[in-house]
Ligand binder design. Structure first.
Ligand SMILES: NC(=O)c1ccc[n+]([C@@H]2O[C@H](COP(=O)([O-])OP(=O)(O)OC[C@H]3O[C@@H](n4cnc5c(N)ncnc54)[C@H](O)[C@@H]3O)[C@@H](O)[C@H]2O)c1
Length: 304
């Protein structure tokens, strides 16, 4: 039987005595090992965009699993509400108003986090999303693309992942440990109509994930891992109006999405939690540079 190195280090599998109790004993020991393997209890996780829908859901899951959560968001009101919500759940959480595009600001937050909790074990780069002005209208000529909004959306989604990764990654390099999880998109696999800036930026996030994973492992060792998730279609504040009609029915765009999703439904945001936890845990100790689709099969399906 093979057990991964991290698992062996944490709790070697003991050899049980012969007899009927052996199977039960081995099972219990394995379950115990599995719990430890996937545990994020006590880890300090910085979550950018945790004031929003996906980041908030993941933050709640993380505190429920015993992680210490740093909520970083540009919106003070959402940030305060989130920290209060996490504490009401019995979690340890602190909040910092921060802009993922402002390196000086991020460095200040990073030093405050280290002063508060002494380390950073995980960085979840969740802040991002599309903007109405960066979405082409169905019949809008390509050449009329709003370049100011193109710039805003590519900046937020790409540099808003790059800058925090460099600032918090530096702490991880000095610790020689840490996990970064970025958020890519289905738009990084194949073209999705009307969202040029978002698609280009998320493709950049996938590429940056691989690049940083390689550089961190080569230069700072195997304790630092960089991965991404690529969510399929989840109803959030940013895409609700393009996926759901005012009367609650699905838009034409939604029907196309569902037709190309073998599971024939949208995702529930809680279905991201397990994958993000896995990527931050010892269970993923040899996993770096991957972009994990969580999409009900959307990216695997040709549509035929
Ligand atoms: N909802 C989906 O279906 C879906 C699908 C694929 C990927 N995603 C990605 O998931 C991530 C989160 O999406 P969401 O639906 O939760 O969005 P959301 O708008 O609910 O949350 C985004 C959060 O980021 C914060 N933010 C924006 N700019 C910031 C900045 N400069 N600095 C710090 N914080 C900033 C916002 O205040 C907000 O709280 C995005 O990267 C999005 O592209 C979402």
């Amino acid at each position: 039987m093979y057990l991964c190195a991290a698992n062996l280090r944490e709790q070697p599998l003991r050899v049980a005595a012969h007899g009927a109790g052996m199977a039960t004993f081995l099972n219990l020991t394995l379950i115990n090992n599995m719990d430890k393997l996937f545990s994020i209890a006590g880890k300090v996780a910085v979550i950018t965009g945790a004031g929003g829908v996906l980041g908030g859901s993941i933050a709640k899951h993380f505190v429920a699993q015993g992680a210490k959560v740093v909520v970083l968001d540009i919106r003070q009101e959402q940030l305060d509400a989130r920290v209060e919500e996490l504490r009401a759940l019995g979690g340890e959480a602190v909040g910092f108003v921060g802009n993922v595009l402002d390196v000086e600001n991020l460095e200040k937050v990073a030093s405050d986090v280290v002063a508060h909790w002494g380390r950073v074990d995980a960085l979840l780069n969740i802040a991002g999303g599309n903007m109405p002005g960066a979405t082409l209208a169905p019949d809008q000529p390509v050449f009329d693309m709003n370049l100011a909004d193109w710039k805003k959306v590519t900046d937020l989604n790409l540099n808003g992942t790059v800058y925090p990764s460099l600032v918090f990654g530096k702490i991880m390099a000095s610790q020689k440990s840490g996990a970064i999880v970025n958020v890519s998109s289905m738009a990084a696999y194949s073209a999705i109509t009307r969202v040029p800036g978002y698609s280009v930026a998320k493709t950049g996030v996938s590429s940056f994930t691989q690049w940083l994973a390689m550089e961190m492992a080569l230069k700072y060792g195997d304790g630092i891992r960089v991965n991404a998730i690529a969510p399929g279609f989840f109803i959030g504040d940013q895409n609700r109006s393009v996926l759901i009609n005012p009367d609650g029915s699905l838009t034409d765009r939604s029907l196309k999405v569902i037709a190309k999703t073998p599971m024939k439904r949208f995702g529930d945001i809680t279905e991201l939690n397990g994958a993000v936890q896995f990527l931050c845990s010892a269970a993923a100790s040899f996993v770096t540079g991957v972009v994990l689709p969580i999409d009900g099969g959307f990216s695997s399906f040709s549509g035929v």
